[in-house]
Design a protein around this ligand. Structure first.
Ligand code: SF4
Ligand code: SF4
Length: 147
């Protein structure tokens, strides 16, 4: 499956990826509306911290309205028509990669579209193909059903 993979050691914290993501999905230049977030190094000499969804699907089972599901290409997608904005997934995500902004009812996450990859001047981001490792109970159940 496709994921947005990172090379934090190359990141300079320019924020181009955050702006590109917000422009792509919300048509605004507002980093608070990005599906990827860049945080300064915790200590001098350490890399910037790049926070983005790795598509592990841990959020799928906490959604009470089944608004989160894994698409055929492996990417975890939010169905906005089913989401009631309870933000359970935002609080639950072990990577803190489900984001929320008060302008919208529904949270938002990376769907590995690759738009930010194109603007990163340091090649700190790339789209990778990885073996699917479902963390979600629903995923495992669906795989068993398919056998
Ligand atoms: S891959 Fe797409 S959705 Fe994910 S952070 Fe980059 S621009 Fe946003
Ligand atoms: S565009 Fe690249 S270098 Fe700039 S903040 Fe994003 S990941 Fe880091």
């Amino acid at each position: 499956m496709k994921i947005l993979a990172t090379r934090p050691e190359r990141c300079t914290g320019c924020g181009a990826c955050e702006i590109e993501c917000a422009r792509t999905w919300f048509k605004v230049d507002d980093k608070e509306k990005s599906r990827i977030r860049i945080f300064p190094p915790a200590k001098e000499g350490q890399p910037f911290r790049i926070v983005v969804c790795n598509q592990n699907g841990a959020c799928i089972d906490v959604c009470p309205t089944v608004a989160l599901k894994r698409a055929k290409n492996g990417v975890v997608q939010l169905n906005k028509s089913l989401c009631v904005g309870c933000l359970s997934c935002v609080g639950f995500c072990p990577n803190q990669a489900m984001f929320y902004h008060p302008d919208y009812t529904e949270p938002f996450k990376c769907v590995a579209c690759g738009k930010c990859v194109d603007v990163c001047p340091e090649e700190a981001l790339y789209i990778a193909e990885v073996a699917e490792t479902p963390a979600s109970v629903t995923d495992i159940w669906l795989q068993k059903e398919a056998v």
